[in-house]
Ligand binder design. Structure first.
Ligand code: GLA
Length: 727
């Protein structure tokens, strides 16, 4: 394929992004991110069609006949303009101000702007020839990471509001080969269960309709494997993840000609949006990556992108924190906390996170039944306030952080008594609580600003707080607002998230040194929309290390490892070494009363924390190669490799007792030419090395071909291996 006929207009950096250059009948428009590209074609009738999505110039040919070119924003089902495609799910559905239910989008022009040496932004402008309604398709292509970010913006100047009934961010076409969908089912304390199925005819929908806490249904991420089920190290595979924490919808429709269209974006259910003239409706970004070498390479691409563009301070390692939730729940006071600080310091930890239960006076937060919304320090438990605690932590060399859940209110609270109308509710319906709480109506600017001022106030008054765990423990039920007008009630889900992001952005700007952990009853806010304003996330309230092996494995498919909080706890009373060896493979912390550990356990923990500090950079920021899948074997294993390939750390976890002879552990990702010292670390006192080659120097080639012998056999046996290149 010769790209000379790909028309691109370069805008100078000073040109406004909204300015669109109309070009003379461009034939093709290319969005290219490294080897991954998306190519559109403008047909003779000015319709925009997708020509290609994937890689490899040699394969560039139209996928099928006319039918292949499904236009973006295909009109609604009953469109008079139907040209044969209208029986498919629409990406866009609009009710015009005059009541017309059809939309036809024609190409107007496109522009492309290099934002820096890695990122190019492309804008394709479409317009309805009969109505002043525009849809802009926007793309950011990240060359180094092979990632394309895609979203849409809708605007109009009709003489009244236009009702947006459906509004995808992206709607690419795949196939016509068989396509296998991998998605991630969840529930409370049971996040990221991987499911894979071959897509059949009709529509398969993966969605969230609960406003928040998407993990009670599905994580907003998926894989599409072309031709065969997804494999770790081979096969053509696409990954998509929506940068949005609210209601989303992915529809996978196989058309009668066997091609697949994936309609991805906000969930329109109960969210019709009346867009006023001259306003722009900007949709959340869909983030795509692609690999011809299976899930593993795809995961490394997403992680690289995530560190650079998808989160705050993605290239920094995270501190080791002690959290008191599983250690104390609501049952603590100042002395107890200070003793926990001392325990954290004695083991070498770097930060203390004070969880739920530190606030409320008229309604003290001694359980989840009351006090939420009253963000004043509880005098009874903490007479000297938060700054005293931050100082006590600092005296022991620890940073200090707090838990907040500012989007919520208990009916038993000062806040609710003062502002009952601030809770999300519907006229005439009895209030329904979840975990004894209601959601605040962030669509109301007064509530939004109260939320900002409250958090800003706490952080301003207590400069010793440098970390916040931001929780969100219920879904948005009874979606109604006392603030929004009768004709805008269906805006609530969308306006809620706009306000939430607005507050998070303002807080990040005003308090750049405060790290944020996203939490939502566990992993309900694990998405790149929320992660933009955060440093990490709480993957699950399930901290059983056995369960965490698979869970962390799946989060690593889309998210950087320094964002994945993994705490050592005593849940299910697993062996301490196993719990550490699982937590050490991501962003390690602890969540237990360390005074309850035996002398030997304390010694082990102190050692493990010291060792983690030496490997943390490789583990948190390195490239991960998954070696043995927990789905296919009784042992799971992975290795993190530093970008210069001079250091690597491998983890192996025995998930079930095995009766067969232990297999060798074959490494990946090393430099074949380099020679590495193999060292097993994190052994218990007096424990013999479980790796035959411990202490030997072997070439990367040998390690990647023959591997090492490793004698794990009993369930919960585990090993951590360090590989350091020798000069
Ligand atoms: C949620 C979080 C927990 C903890 C509790 C506190 O369930 O996921 O980690 O913070 O809230 O109430």
């Amino acid at each position: 394929m010769n790209f000379d006929d790909v028309t691109q207009v370069e805008l100078s950096p000073t040109d406004s992004e909204t300015e669109v250059q109309t070009t003379s009948s461009p034939q093709k428009i290319e969005v290219r991110a490294g080897n991954f590209h998306l190519i559109f074609q403008v047909d003779e009738d000015k319709r925009l069609s997708q020509l290609h999505f994937g890689a490899g110039e040699s394969e560039l040919q139209p996928i099928g006949t006319n039918q292949a070119f499904l236009p973006f924003g295909e009109p609604v089902f009953d469109n008079a303009d139907s040209d044969g495609n209208a029986t498919l799910e629409p990406a866009l559905q609009v009710l015009h101000a005059d009541g017309n239910t059809s939309t036809r989008l024609e190409f107007v022009g496109h522009s492309s702007q290099k934002l820096d040496e890695n990122v190019t932004q492309t804008r394709i402008e479409l317009r309805d020839p009969n109505y002043p309604l525009q849809v802009a398709l926007l793309f950011k292509a990240y060359a180094r990471e092979d990632v394309i970010e895609q979203w849409a913006e809708i605007s109009h100047s009709e003489n009244g509001p236009v009702v947006l009934q459906k509004f995808a961010s992206a709607a690419p076409v795949f196939g016509p080969q068989d396509t296998f969908l991998t998605y991630y089912r969840g529930n409370w304390a049971d996040e990221m269960n991987r499911e894979e199925e071959k897509l059949g005819y009709g529509v398969k929908t993966i969605a969230s309709r609960m406003g928040s806490r998407a993990h009670l249904g599905f994580n907003p991420s998926f894989l599409l494997s072309i031709g065969a089920p997804a494999q770790e190290n081979e096969g053509e595979i696409f990954g998509g993840t929506l940068a949005y924490g609210g209601n989303f919808e992915f529809q996978f429709e196989i058309a009668p000609d066997h091609r697949l269209r994936a309609i991805c974006g906000l969930n329109p259910q109960a969210s019709q949006f009346r867009l006023k003239p001259n306003q722009t409706f900007a949709l959340p970004a869909m983030i795509w990556s692609y690999s011809r070498a299976g899930r593993g390479e795809l995961a490394r691409r997403f992680a690289r992108w995530g560190r650079s563009y998808g989160m705050r301070e993605g290239h920094k390692t995270r501190d080791i924190l002690l959290n008191n939730w599983e250690a104390t729940y609501f049952d603590f006071d100042e002395n107890k906390l200070v003793s926990l600080f001392q325990g954290a310091k004695d083991l070498g930890m770097e930060m203390f996170l004070l969880d739920d239960g530190w606030f409320g006076n008229k309604y003290p937060r001694d359980s989840d039944k009351q006090g939420l919304g009253d963000w004043q320090t509880m005098q009874k438990k903490l007479p000297n306030g938060l700054s005293f605690l931050a100082d006590e932590a600092q005296k022991r060399g620890l940073r200090f952080g707090i838990w907040l859940e500012p989007e919520m209110v208990n009916p038993k609270s000062d806040l609710f008594e003062a502002h009952p109308d601030w809770a999300i509710q519907q006229p005439g319906r009895a209030l329904h609580t979840e975990r004894n709480q209601l959601t605040l109506d962030l669509s109301n600017p007064a509530v939004r600003d109260w939320m900002f001022d409250t958090v800003d106030g706490i952080l301003g008054e207590n400069p010793g707080i440098s970390y916040v765990k931001w929780d969100c423990n219920r879904t948005i039920g009874q979606p109604g607002s006392t603030y929004l007008g009768a004709d805008e009630q269906s805006h609530l889900y969308i306006e809620y998230y706009r306000s939430y992001y607005d507050v998070m952005a303002r807080l990040a700007q005003k308090h750049p040194n405060v790290e944020i952990m996203n939490c939502s009853g566990g992993g309900g806010r694990v998405d790149y929309g929320s992660l933009r304003f955060a440093h990490e996330f709480w993957p699950s309230d399930n901290t059983d290390p056995l369960r965490r092996v698979r869970m962390q494995w799946e989060y690593q498919q889309f998210f950087p490892n320094n964002a994945i909080a993994a705490h050592v706890t005593d849940m299910k009373k697993r062996p301490l070494k196993f719990a550490f060896d699982v937590a050490m493979s991501a962003r390690m912390g602890m969540d237990m009363d360390t005074s309850k550990l035996s002398v030997e356990e304390k010694e082990f923990a102190r050692n493990a924390i010291a060792q983690y500090k030496t490997i943390r950079e490789v583990v948190q920021l390195g490239d991960i190669f998954r070696l043995e899948s927990p789905y296919e074997s009784v042992r799971a294993a992975q290795i993190s490799v530093a970008s210069d390939q001079n250091r690597a750390v491998a983890f192996a976890w025995q998930l079930e007792t095995s009766k067969t002879a232990p297999a060798r552990l074959v490494l990946r990702g090393l430099d074949a030419q380099k020679r590495y010292l193999v060292r097993e670390i994190n052994l218990k006192a007096g424990q013999n090395a479980q790796v035959g080659e411990n202490g030997q120097v072997l070439s990367g080639a040998v390690l990647m071909q023959n591997g090492v012998s490793i004698s794990l056999a009993e369930q919960f046996d585990s090993a951590v291996l360090e590989f350091s290149a020798q000069d």
